[in-house]
Design a protein around this ligand. Structure first.
Ligand SMILES: [Zn+2]
Ligand SMILES: [Zn+2]
Length: 336
């Protein structure tokens, strides 16, 4: 069993169940690049803009064609409309403020791409859209928490093929997020500094789980990550909030995201995955000890009774072996 010092979670590593990377290859009939570049019935393809009114971001090329755009989700999980709930203290509380936000970011004009196949310049535009909307939403609304995420593929929960990500703003702080903040604070209080900065130092020193390293970012398979090939991308500069990332850092991050996702795409044949930006709010009183990062979790194993019953995971590969495999891949598609 291994312990993750940042999340305080134990994971069962069962190397006797270890499988070869090929055994994790997605058993999909078709991968992203096999799709048509445009689908007339897709609400996010060019031509379908009328389906998604209320645009909040529109980044265009020199010919004024949009490259990345964001807009309110047509089927939102949360809306800004208030709802009267029972008074606080009731066992049946519904909502505290009644305000939330749910937006979609269309990441490309092309239907048959995903970040792994896009250029670094295109990925940078997506990261800028996430950052810009995070900043704007935090300034405009009283949100307790905001999460940026991407569901790639059906087993990651995606219902639409077109490359897209989502931004959800919540009027409450989810308990798992609060626990992460609390754990980081506890570590800090013991005089040990930032748990993520410490983890970075240790992972860099060890090196065996590193997938990609740049000047300002480290991508690695954490020592005690829950599932095979899950990766953390962590900025080396201590900062609690993704929205406060500098422009030059976003540029660099795009390259690291490209490297990580392209390695997963090539090495595991376009696996379904969830990508999540874990971040505290920009003003974040009391959250400066947190350290934002990105997790990429390929959906290669299912949650079963043990996982649901304990909240712990059994992983069937060694993090060091996952990292070595991804590091060693020769990427043919180096489209800058
Ligand atoms: Zn489309
Ligand atoms: Zn830190």
């Amino acid at each position: 069993m291994r312990y993750n010092v940042a999340t305080r979670d134990w994971v069962v590593v069962a190397p006797e169940r270890a499988r070869r990377p090929e055994d994790f290859h997605a058993a999909k009939p078709a991968i992203t690049e096999d799709r048509p570049a445009h689908r007339a019935d897709c609400p996010f393809c060019p031509g379908g803009e009328a389906n998604t009114p209320g645009e909040t971001v529109r980044f265009c090329d020199a010919q004024d064609n949009w490259q990345v755009r964001s807009f309110p989700n047509r089927y939102p999980a949360l809306t800004a409309e208030a709802e009267e709930g029972p008074p606080t203290g009731s066992l049946f509380q519904r909502r505290r403020f009644g305000s939330g936000i749910h937006e979609v970011v269309a990441e490309s004009r092309r239907h048959n791409v995903t970040l792994a196949l896009q250029s670094e310049a295109e990925i940078e535009l997506v990261l800028r859209a996430w950052q810009q909307r995070s900043q704007e939403l935090f300034h405009k609304r009283e949100l307790e928490h905001l999460v940026v995420f991407k569901n790639h593929g059906v087993s990651a929960g995606s219902s639409l093929e077109h490359p897209h990500s989502q931004i959800i703003g919540l009027p409450v702080l989810p308990s798992s997020v609060r626990r992460r903040f609390d754990d980081a604070f506890r570590f800090f209080q013991k005089g040990k500094g930032c748990v993520f900065c410490e983890m970075l130092r240790a992972e860099l020193e060890d090196g065996s789980r590193v997938v990609v390293e740049s000047y300002g970012f480290l991508a690695f398979v954490p020592f005690a990550s829950d599932s095979p090939y899950s990766i953390w991308i962590v900025p080396k500069r201590h900062c609690h909030c993704f929205a406060l990332t500098e422009r030059s850092e976003l540029h660099e991050l795009a390259g690291v995201v490209k490297q990580v996702l392209a390695r997963l795409y090539v090495g595991l044949r376009d696996p379904d995955y969830n990508l999540i930006v874990r971040s505290a709010n920009p003003p974040g009183p009391g959250t400066h000890f947190f350290h934002w990062y990105i997790t990429v979790v390929p959906r290669l194993s299912r949650m079963a009774g043990f996982e649901l019953g304990t909240g712990m995971f059994i992983r069937s590969s060694l993090p060091e072996a996952d990292a070595a495999y991804l590091r060693g891949l020769q990427l043919v598609r180096e489209n800058k």
